[in-house]
Design a protein around this ligand. Structure first.
Ligand code: ATP
Ligand code: MG
Length: 567
């Protein structure tokens, strides 16, 4: 492609509203342009990267035995009403009406469409398992669209859905697609981890997220410093064992703690360690309240709480409810004497001896609190967030944290949709059964941004060779010089004939501008046609490490192919 014939509007200035590297660089290098908040045009260079990512995904999905189809983005409300998500999905689902006043949604995801399709077309176990996928635009009215392509309102997703007659078949396909996903992200050059995740509102069981490690990630990953254990911090189980000290239990004492609200304030005022304090929090769990206790140096993990109680909504009670139910404000809560709400505690609380907790009276706390002697709990469970330094749950090494960008998600759905939408089949014995399902997503446009986030330097983007928009940037320093112009044209057509994808900068621009743009765009190899054009010699520069060499035009194609293979 010649630059004079395409559109690559580079920018010198960093756009003011772009906070993260990938967003800034993709805008500056002319890969994307914003239309509306969270809505982007993929410019010719951006489109090429996407197509390469998509090609890798297609290859891996097809190899894993999935068949591609293409479903509508415009989806009738009836389907979403059948699954119940018309009512539960909330404002993220974009809704609209047609001229006959019928309601529709723009596809945020396609479980409903695919389940209704397979329900209609597949009736027998003989047609199962079946895995179908598509690469398509998704619409989600995100509360906070940001970071460019990383969180858009219109974005490209690869979504796959599998249908099974039994759990073993789902387990097999899940493993196969898990491997396919690992291959995809490896081939994109990404540094990622597959982490155990929360099944959340989707109501399934096994689920993994593929996380690209990055400081700007919105999720925290807890991983082992020695093994390959990794989990979303929401899910990482705590396996720490708490030793109870042999110190004798002293008698309970109520003390005045004027204006001491936080664990930090209370512990330093009473001269005890934070880990000897009991943090008590009132939660709203579906339609009741419960009191949750964790150690002062720990945090309640509301996802674990929700899963433990098998609840659908868990949230901290507001100030008024807390006052109403326990008679004081948040800083003075405690479990002693509480009878009107159930009390649950994290395992660590059980080991506390002579601890401190709130007295449910404003500005008062108890000292020498001993669980079981002074209060009872309904159950002890793993209810806290894991911390750095905790033992890794797989028994190998200790936990460290990293931030991650979720680029993919594999999920065992079970019968959540098939039951709601009556997607059934006849099994070998002629019995009607609901299909067992899995779903699998990759954020295609987000993956492109994640690569940009991981691969850049102070001069611009540095594309991994597998998904670069072009292999080679061919630059004639001076297009008015006839030797240079002629050699550039010659090389352009020879390199293309040899199978390389070449971007020729044939613009009448100053060399400085051309080089700066070239670094910004970040193709793996740059060829500069300059003073030695008459002798057929050009300069070859590797974008990643700046290595340069002079190469004769006859060896050029082979040299470049060698370089690309090694990158
Ligand atoms: P997130 O927690 O980031 O909102 P999600 O759990 O809503 O993601 P899924 O519904 O599992 O995401 O969608 C599958 C994949 O689509 C995600 O792994 C992610 O890569 C991508 N994705 C989700 N939302 C967006 C978005 N707003 N913009 C770009 N990609 C997205
Ligand atoms: Mg989301």
């Amino acid at each position: 492609m010649k630059q004079s014939m395409t559109l690559i509007p580079t920018l010198r200035e960093v756009p003011s509203d772009a906070e993260v590297k990938s967003h800034q660089l993709l805008l500056r290098a002319g890969f994307i342009r914003q239309n509306a908040s969270g809505v982007y045009t993929y410019m010719p260079l951006g489109r090429k990267v996407l197509q390469k990512v998509e090609a890798i995904i297609r290859e891996e999905m097809n190899n894993a035995g999935a068949a591609e189809l293409f479903m509508p983005a415009l989806q009738q409300a009836e389907l979403w009403q059948e699954s119940g998500r018309w009512y539960s999905y909330g404002p993220e689902l974009m809704r609209l009406r047609d001229r006959h006043d019928r309601e529709f949604a723009l596809g945020a995801t396609h479980e409903e469409v695919i389940t209704s399709l397979v329900r209609d077309e597949v009736k027998s176990y003989k047609r199962l398992p079946l895995t179908l996928y598509q690469i398509q635009t998704k619409f989600r009215d995100e509360k906070r669209p940001r970071f460019g392509l990383l969180r858009g309102r219109e974005f490209i997703m690869k979504d796959a859905y599998s249908f099974h007659a039994n759990q073993e078949s789902l387990d097999q396909v899940y493993d196969r697609l898990f491997q396919a996903y690992s291959n995809v992200f490896k081939r994109c050059g990404l540094n990622f981890r597959a982490v155990i995740a929360d099944s959340g509102a989707m109501g399934g069981k096994d689920t993994h997220e593929f996380m690209v490690l990055s400081d700007i990630g919105e999720d925290t990953i807890a991983y082992s410093d020695t093994s390959d254990f990794a989990a979303n911090i929401e899910m990482a189980p705590v396996t720490a064992v708490y030793e109870k000290s042999s110190e004798p239990a002293n008698s309970l004492e109520k003390v005045h703690t004027e204006n001491k609200k936080t664990i930090e304030e209370v512990s330093s005022f009473l001269q005890v360690q934070e880990k000897d304090c009991i943090k008590s929090l009132l939660f709203k769990v579906d339609d009741r309240q419960i009191l949750v206790l964790v150690r002062g140096d720990h945090e309640v993990n509301d996802i674990k709480l929700k899963n433990f109680l098998e609840a659908s909504v868990v949230e901290l009670a507001d100030v008024n409810t807390t006052k109403e139910v326990l008679g004081c404000s948040v800083g003075s809560l405690g479990p002693i004497g509480v009878e009107n709400v159930e009390v649950f505690a994290d395992h660590a609380v059980e080991a506390i001896v002579n601890g401190v907790c709130g007295a449910n009276v404003e500005d008062y706390h108890f000292k020498n609190v001993n669980p079981e002697r002074d209060f009872k709990v309904s159950a002890y469970a793993d209810l806290r967030f894991i911390k750095e330094g905790d033992p890794s749950p797989d028994g190998q090494g200790t936990i460290v944290f990293a931030k991650g960008i979720e680029v993919g998600h594999v999920f065992k759905l079970g019968t959540r949709y098939s039951e709601a939408m009556n997607a059934v089949f006849l099994d070998e014995n002629g019995r009607t059964q609901p299909m067992i399902m899995g779903c699998y997503g990759i954020g295609v446009s987000r993956t492109m941004a994640a690569v940009a986030e991981q691969f850049s330097d102070e001069n611009g983007l540095v594309w991994p060779s597998n998904i670069t928009p072009f292999d080679v940037h061919l630059i004639a320093v001076n297009m008015k010089d006839s030797d240079q112009a002629a050699l550039a044209e010659e090389l352009y057509s020879n390199l293309k004939d040899s199978g390389l994808d070449v971007l020729l900068d044939d613009r009448q621009e100053r060399p400085g501008v051309k080089f700066a743009d070239s670094d910004l765009i970040g193709l793996p190899v740059r060829i500069t046609v300059g003073k030695k054009a008459g002798e057929g010699i050009v300069e070859v520069k590797i974008r990643k490490n700046g290595d340069m060499q002079e190469v004769h035009k006859d060896q050029l194609a082979d040299t470049i192919k060698g370089i690309l293979q090694e990158l």
